[in-house]
Design a protein. Structure first.
Length: 435
């Protein structure tokens, strides 16, 4: 009896000491970074805010960003037309004619012409304004694509952080399951517990190790996916902090349709400045060679040599018609109406997204506070349950039921802390922040 009493005292001490000295074993997984976002415990120094650096890396390998950069060069190349002396290409032409019948012998005519289209009054300036507005529109599309890439990066980052927190919770579950399992085995060997309790502990340990293996696999996948976006940079450190609200009109999602509207306006001005196709002016020279019979009865039949060289100017001026101009004008006005509607829609959507993101952030912070309180209560409840189990006041099933409550609280706290950081990123995304 004395030996069993001494063993019971040792069991109580062994159960109480880890609960007080090992916060991770009792579920204390609540490491947070700036803005409430989690930071993995990997023995590394903080890397600072990673969004700007990783975003540059992601944009550098983004296919749509590269396509937009190529489009920027294509649109900018149209400036060459505005600097040209002609709105179109100069041309060179010629003709060769020979007589095959009649009283002309060996007649041939050679003509060469060179000319070019002419600018209409105001057409060059209108075209240059159109090109400039087109360049600005592409620049705004590039900025909007950068914001889209930032959104993809933020989602991938917080997915990786969420899986990392799940790994932390799973590791805590394994550590606690091993401690309880070791104590259960010792109690069974001493005869203070049934074999069913040892099997229950073994089952919990296997379940915890299974969860850990799955969580570690999900974490590796999330890190690989993040590295695919950034070209290899890992999701370690602190992503970002909340940025103050700026001018809503500076949002890339609003600047892009506004630039499209400006381009449509300049396109209408170009249509008005080009009521007809460009007129052509050309200079030509003609040289004629022929031998001709003289058929005048007063003269003896003889050959006459007649050669000539002439130089002239040829002008072609198209005439304006409604059939040409009205469709172009209507198309330009329709594009303006579409661009204006897109801008107004984008403004409503952006304002709603900003408001929703701020409401979501407030809710996430409140939930994180409540989750932290719940975890503290669950930790205390589990510590008391372990002591009660050691004293024989509750059975193993009751202990694991309380342990499950603690695990639920750990998962809720880990999810809530990640949700706060993700909500901060969503506020920045909604406000158009893409450094």
């Amino acid at each position: 009896m004395m030996l069993r009493a001494f063993a019971l005292v040792l069991s109580v001490s062994a159960l109480a000491a880890p609960a007080a000295a090992a916060p991770k074993a009792s579920g204390g997984v609540s490491v947070k970074g700036g803005g409430g976002q989690p930071v993995e415990k990997r023995g590394k120094k903080p890397l600072g805010h990673q969004l700007a650096r990783h975003l540059d890396m992601a944009v550098a390998i983004d296919a749509q960003s590269k396509a937009l950069e190529a489009q920027f060069g294509a649109v900018s190349a149209r400036y060459a037309t505005t600097r040209s002396i002609s709105p179109g290409s100069p041309y060179v032409g010629g003709a060769q004619r020979n007589a095959v019948a009649g009283n002309l012998r060996n007649y041939n005519e050679t003509e060469v012409e060179a000319g070019l289209p002419l600018w209409l009054p105001g057409q060059r300036d209108a075209l240059e304004a159109t090109v400039s507005s087109g360049v600005i529109e592409v620049e705004e599309k590039i900025a909007l694509r950068r914001l889209d890439v930032a959104g993809l990066l933020r989602d991938a980052w917080w997915n990786a952080q969420r899986t990392a927190r799940e790994v932390d919770v799973a590791k805590s579950r394994v550590a606690t399951a091993r401690e309880i399992g070791s104590d259960m085995t010792r109690r069974v060997e001493l005869g203070d517990a049934a074999q069913a309790d040892a099997l229950l502990a073994k089952n919990e340990l296997l379940a915890a190790e299974t969860e850990l293996a799955q969580a570690e696999g999900a974490e590796k996948i999330a890190r690989v996916n993040y590295g695919a976006l950034t070209g290899g940079a890992p999701p370690d450190g602190v992503l970002e902090t909340i940025k103050p609200a700026g001018d809503i009109e500076d949002h890339p999602a609003l600047r892009t349709p506004l630039a499209a509207l400006r381009r449509a306006e300049t396109q209408l001005q170009l249509v008005e400045a080009t009521p007809i196709d460009s007129p052509d002016v050309g200079v030509f020279g003609r040289q004629e060679h022929n031998r001709q019979y003289s058929t005048d009865p007063r003269f003896e039949v003889s050959d006459q040599l007649t050669n000539a060289t002439t130089v002239g100017v040829r002008i072609r001026i198209p005439l304006p018609t409604d059939g040409r101009q009205e469709p172009r004008r209507a198309e330009a006005m329709a594009e303006m109406a579409r661009a204006k509607a897109e801008y107004e829609k984008a403004k409503r959507v952006v304002m709603a997204e900003v408001k929703a993101a701020r409401v979501n952030l407030a809710a996430a912070k409140k939930a994180a506070g409540l989750a932290a309180q719940r975890l503290a209560v669950a930790n205390e409840q589990f510590d008391l349950s372990r002591k009660s189990f050691a004293l024989g006041e509750i059975n193993a099933f009751d202990l694991y039921r309380v342990r499950q409550l603690q695990l639920d609280a750990q998962r809720a706290q880990a999810t809530a802390s990640v949700n706060v950081g993700q909500a901060i990123s969503r506020v920045n995304q909604a406000q158009g922040y893409a450094p």
